[in-house]
Design a protein around this ligand. Sequence first.
Ligand SMILES: C[S@@+](CC[C@H](N)C(=O)[O-])C[C@H]1O[C@@H](n2cnc3c(N)ncnc32)[C@H](O)[C@@H]1O
Length: 376
Amino acid sequence: MADTTPAARTEQPGGAIHNDVKEYYGKILQKTSDLKSNACVPSAKPIPAYIRKALEDVHPDVTAKYYGCGLVVPECVEGCRLLDLGCGSGRDCYMLSRLVGRSGHITGVDMTEDQLESARKYVEYHMERFGYKKPNVNFVQGFIESLREAGLEEKSYDIVISNCVVNLSPDKASVLREAYHVLKDGGELYFSDVYSNARISESLRANKVLWGECLSGAMWWEDLVRLAEEVGFSTPRLVTASVISIGNEELERLLGEYRFVSATYRLFKLPKCSEKKSCLVMYDGNITGSEEKFEFDAQYTFKVNEVIEVDGDVANTLKNSRFSEEFTFHSQTSGACATKPKVMPVDPFQLTELLGSAGVVPSSGGCCGAQESCCK
Ligand SMILES: C[S@@+](CC[C@H](N)C(=O)[O-])C[C@H]1O[C@@H](n2cnc3c(N)ncnc32)[C@H](O)[C@@H]1O
């Protein structure tokens, strides 16, 4: 696949950008407060109690070196095999080690020795705390642009996550392609990252601090949509987004008119020939942490036992992923009374405008909010 955008390959693994990023995360930064901007902002959404509990169990030394920009906890992870791209000191790996349970597994991959050293130091601590006899977490050194060379097997993961890392890669197309290869059929790439409102200029991309701070390597969100399609993923589903206020006058001056958001997308690896027909679905409420409702993305929240009309893309995703067992599917002609959620944007900048400062989509008038009911 030829990739001709500025987000494309500019060097081989182990080149100058990789070395600069390793230096930044291995030597220059020692803790979260050493960051020079607010690019690593907390998630816009409130953290659910079961995730807060899992986070409380992570060793403070690991948390002190957290440089993420979102919450990368997809639903329905129990017993799953996960891979974390650019795991850093391992905060998300340890939180998810708890959530996948003893029958699940999570591998963290990172290219920076110092980060891996911090992560590996606490494996025993966390396994003891969670009561696991055998570790369900391991850390591998490697480049996220060449996962298979790092020894990670094709079609071996249910979910690939990543938190504020893809922006640091000089070759985003390879990262998505490798993630696609290591995912099982029906698998999901669920990741939070920094996105820009336009392609970033070459001169800003050459600035090591702006790159290291997760700003000038950020993808224009439209490039993500295009790359996802080229690689073979489903159209990205936007989960949440929040505006990044840089919080550093000098960096803001350099960045001029560019704007940034932190956004979480979910991309699925689905069968190519599957039918994409809208249908009616009902969520059964069996996913841990989502017993009353399952917030799939910014558009769809599935309340237990409520019939929802989903578009062809989402119908295809629910039927061909780990979520297939969690729903009852009805045909459009089944006569059920269904709710049809409003279409929401893929553009994270548009979503932040819709969400406003309250962090929720305002109701469209009347008492029915953002969703409308329709009887088929
Ligand atoms: C901003 S930090 C985020 C770390 C972690 N996800 C977290 O939330 O704390 C970026 C991490 O990605 C790693 N990284 C960046 N580019 C990478 C690449 N091309 N291959 C492997 N690791 C990479 C860095 O070494 C660093 O640990």
